[in-house]
Design a protein. Structure first.
Lengths: 672, 100
């Protein structure tokens, strides 16, 4: 007998925390609020760990049917949760990294107004994210999908009195809607053609279908629409524009939602739908191309950014591009592997960046940092681990996952050396901009002004309790290390960033195999055999080592170039920028994509809405109808008012005239 | 025999005179007399039709009208006297206390 894992409790626990803090948090002390938030998200983590510990004794995939939701004829959707190897990995990443970031937030947000609000949103996010990864059908997944979007919106706009934060929240929400539109249409197509949204049922039907190698068909359409949804949520070209702006939110939010978990939901969704993508090679190729281009595109922008969080934001987009590249060459396990290691090191990078920002009093511009390694050694060392991890130095976590992706991009039957080449070049850029950040922040001379006390990092909503004494006094004068409660998560994540990849992509792949090839083995082997030829590496052993060597070389040369430009010859970047002229300007302005979108989509929409919908229809038709009829009634009444003069004889006259008219009418009728 | 149309025309003329007098005169007593004129114009058409169709009901109606008119005159004249006593005028335009 398998133990009952009570899957439904995992998402519901954070929801309870969110409800308690959201409804009553205003009256609680900060300690109580933190205890509730940490307690419930920690309980979810404990449950996830318990499930992981008993994982071998569970029959997989495990479906827990909680309650029926929609029943219409044959179509049926339930509140049901689904656990397999893939969900387990996501579950551990979300609860684990989420819990660490909860701890960190207690320290980071301690002096901000709206403390309870922040934790309520954060727990709410955990609820939706866990619903997303545990859902057993696309509709429940969509609920989580929309819910994390909502939580993201609320948290980006957490400092809602700041105009830029409020509009960044709106931008994120609206751009995501475009992606969700694609996702929804994909769901409608599934309902229409498969009559079900349930993963197991759907994949059983789909695996009986032949691969659409000859021409694009239904599966390709569904795959592409799902990819539109994924591109919105995971900030891929061309819908990535919201993510850099989302950095307006508090830094822990950037770490949790916009680096470690929510933005990877698109990758998870694509991997979850692998049965569909396996049979739609064109859709798969689009995924790979979008991923590859995004990786390169975002990395080049990241090179020129000066805001520490913006660099990390573009880096996130770029790394997500890697994950889609992996999915696009049907190397799903490599994508999920990178998702996991990325959650560790990117979460850590953001948290460490938050710690840096905290240290220098709210300054985010790297040009006004420098030489911080002696002042904040813990932050420095943890961030160093993360930087080496993302740059792909062995034996840090990022090396294993990135190398696996690059290798599969080259060797997979869907792969191509073009993906590989762009991937390696992007790896070089990644290494370069990360070490640029590292050198600018921690080395050289301090260029800022934060020696003077400046403790209000962007505190806009200064709550009524802002004056309450902080229990841990850590002196807000000058550059200072963060409190322990912020450093402990950093340390744990640093250990994970270093060791997270040691599990090895081979073992990881083997672990995920049942979930990723379930559709293959269980349902119809013969069809799939033709659809997805087993990955045959084009060349063996030797070339893999050789390619690994090249990617390590790319990482090292990125480090060297960054050292040369920002350590050895700090005036050189200026000269290079000058020499590049227009191209540098274009990159600096993020290729003018925001401006392009503003000119092509936003402005026509606003103009059209203003001129046609507002002025043309609302004001000139709808309002005018009402106003004119009211005005007409008023004028007629104004004229008729004179009849009622109060003069008795004029009334009598009207009666006589009326009678005369009636008589005349009757006579006229009589003569007809 | 005098044709019906003669009576009706006379009745119409009497009624029109009554209406005109009611509308243009200011003296209450004159207005009162104009009303009587209208009533009698109608009475004339009643009796004319009664004679034409040899039906008694028209004549009975005329009696009723005359009785009501007599009662009305009694009440009306009493009111006019009361008005004259308080207002010292018979001009209907100046009896306007109820007007805003």
């Amino acid at each position: 007998m398998t133990p009952n894992p009570y899957l439904w409790l995992i998402p519901v626990l954070p929801l309870v925390g969110a409800a308690i803090n959201g409804l009553f948090g205003k009256r609680f002390s900060r300690q109580t609020v933190s205890a509730i938030a940490l307690g419930f998200s920690g309980a979810a983590l404990v449950m996830a760990l318990w499930i992981a510990a008993h994982f071998s004794s569970l029959t997989l995939p495990l479906v827990e049917n909680l309650a029926p939701w929609i029943r219409a004829g044959d179509f049926q959707v339930d509140f049901a949760f689904y656990l397999d190897q893939l969900s387990l990995v996501m579950l551990l990443v979300v609860t684990g990294v989420g819990f660490l970031i909860h701890i960190y937030s207690v320290g980071y947000m301690w002096e901000e107004g709206g403390f309870y609000r922040f934790f309520s949103y954060l727990n709410l996010f955990m609820f939706f994210m866990l619903t997303l990864v545990l859902a057993s059908n696309y509709l429940l997944m969509f609920i989580g999908w929309e819910g994390v979007g909502l939580a993201s919106y609320l948290l980006i706009g957490f400092w809602f009195t700041k105009d830029s934060a409020a509009s960044a929240g709106k931008k994120a929400f609206i751009v995501n809607r475009i992606g969700d539109f694609g996702f929804l249409i994909a769901l409608f197509l599934m309902i229409k053609h498969f009559g079900s949204l349930n993963f197991e049922q759907m994949f059983r039907i789909v695996s009986g279908m032949p691969a659409e190698t000859a021409g694009a068909g239904l599966l390709t359409a569904i795959g592409l629409l799902l990819m539109v949804g994924a591109a919105g949520k995971s900030a891929q070209l061309p819908l990535y524009v919201w993510l850099p702006d989302a950095m307006e939110g508090p830094t822990p939010v950037s770490a949790l939602i916009h680096a470690a978990t929510m933005v990877t939901a698109g990758v998870y969704m694509v991997v979850r739908s692998h049965v569909i993508f396996d049979r739609a090679p064109q859709a798969l190729a689009v995924v790979a191309i979008v991923g590859t281009l995004t990786a390169l595109f975002a990395a080049t922008i990241g090179v020129c950014q000066t805001d520490i969080k913006k660099v990390l934001a573009y880096s996130t987009i770029s790394q997500l591009g890697y994950m889609f590249m992996a999915c696009g060459v049907a190397a799903y396990s490599a994508g999920i592997f990178h998702l996991m290691t990325h959650a560790f090191f990117k979460g850590l990078l953001f948290l460490a960046a938050g710690s840096v920002i905290h240290a220098v009093g709210g300054e985010q511009d790297m040009r006004r940092m420098g030489g911080l390694r002696h002042h904040i050694p813990w932050t420095f060392w943890t961030m160093t681990a993360a930087t080496f991890a993302i740059a792909g130095f062995p034996p840090f976590a990022g090396f294993f996952s990135k190398d696996e992706i690059l290798w599969r991009a080259y060797s997979s039957p869907y792969g191509s050396w073009v993906y590989w080449a762009i991937g390696v070049f992007t790896a070089f850029l990644t290494s370069f901009y990360m070490f640029r950040l590292w050198f600018l922040t921690f080395f050289g001379e301090y260029r800022g002004t934060a020696a003077a006390p400046g403790d209000d990092h962007m505190r806009v909503v200064s709550g009524s309790r802002a004056g309450a004494p902080a229990p841990h006094e850590h002196g807000h004068g000058g550059i200072h290390e963060s409190p322990k409660i912020m450093l402990i998560p950093l340390l744990i994540l640093a250990v994970l960033s270093i060791c997270g990849g040691w599990v090895g992509s081979g073992r990881f792949d083997k672990f995920l195999t049942p979930a990723l090839h379930a559709g293959v083995t269980a349902y119809s082997m013969e069809n799939v055999g033709a659809a997805t030829p087993a990955p045959e590496p084009k060349e063996q052993g030797g070339s893999e080592t050789f390619l690994t060597g090249i990617s390590v070389f790319a990482a090292v040369s990125g480090l060297f170039l960054a050292w040369l430009l920002y350590q050895r010859r700090p005036q050189l970047p200026q000269e290079i920028a000058h020499a590049l002229g227009g191209f540098y300007q274009a990159v600096l302005h993020k290729y003018y994509v925001d401006e392009l979108y503003a000119a092509v989509f936003v402005k026509p929409l606003i103009d059209g809405s203003t001129r046609i919908l507002w002025h043309g229809i609302d004001r000139d038709v709808i309002d005018a109808t009402l106003d004119n009829s009211a005005e007409g009634a008023r004028e007629v009444s104004d004229a008729m008012r004179h009849m009622q003069s109060g003069n008795l004889r004029s009334y009598a006259g009207w009666i006589a005239a009326g009678a005369a008219v009636v008589i005349a009418y009757m006579i006229w009728m009589g003569t007809q | 025999m005098v044709p019906l149309s003669y009576y009706l025309v006379l009745s119409g003329i009497l009624f029109a005179c009554g209406v005109t007098g009611f509308l243009i005169k200011r003296n209450i007593i004159t207005i009162f007399m104009s009303i009587e004129l209208m009533l009698n114009g109608v009475n004339l058409s009643f009796v004319a039709f009664a004679a034409q169709w040899h039906a008694l009901s028209g004549q009975v109606f005329v009696f009723f009208v005359m009785v009501v008119a007599a009662a009305e005159s009694a009440v009306g004249l009493a009111i006019i006297i009361a008005v004259y006593r308080t207002r010292e005028t018979l001009n209907v335009d100046r009896v306007n206390l109820l007007k805003l």
